[in-house]
Design a protein. Structure first.
Length: 151
């Protein structure tokens, strides 16, 4: 007796509802190459079906977009670097030689540097914004104190 497990597939509306985005967002992410490698195999007009892995990837993309406030261009760059790193991790697992692992490590370093650059740029913008808000708050408190002294 064989047990066959079939992964459930989801239609685009189900995915949109589950993740909390619009179907248009999902289609756009597909156009950008961020989601749906299987979409290329789909004939025009055919229904879109997604796996749990597709949903997890979409949730991660949305999390990164919201957490880091990335533009779509930055999100694409981050996702591409992560995909390249995943491929290198697979190569690492299959490699037995130190020389091959040195090559893999060398290839991974610029990918991580690019991701870190994106995160640090966002941190810098957030820090500048926080400084502006702190200055505004200081100014408002000073004005408030001045006005209260006049009363």
């Amino acid at each position: 007796m064989t047990i066959q497990t079939q992964e459930r597939s989801y239609r685009i509306g189900e995915v949109a509802e589950k993740v909390g985005v619009t179907t248009r967002t999902i289609r756009y992410y597909e156009e950008l190459g961020l989601l749906g490698a299987a979409a290329a195999a789909r004939t025009k007009g055919a229904h879109r079906f997604y796996t749990e892995a597709d949903i997890a990837r979409l949730e991660e993309l949305i999390r990164l977009r919201d957490l880091l406030g990335l533009s779509l261009e930055e999100l694409v760059a981050l996702a591409e670097a992560e995909e390249a790193r995943a491929a290198l991790r697979n190569q690492w697992a299959e490699s037995a030689s130190d020389s091959e692992r040195v090559r893999i490590a060398k290839a991974a370093i610029p990918l991580v540097e690019r991701q870190l650059e994106l995160v640090r740029a966002r941190q810098q913008r957030l820090s500048e914004f926080a400084d502006q808000l702190s200055e505004k708050l200081r100014s408002l408190r000073k004005r408030q104190a001045e006005l209260e002294r006049k009363r």
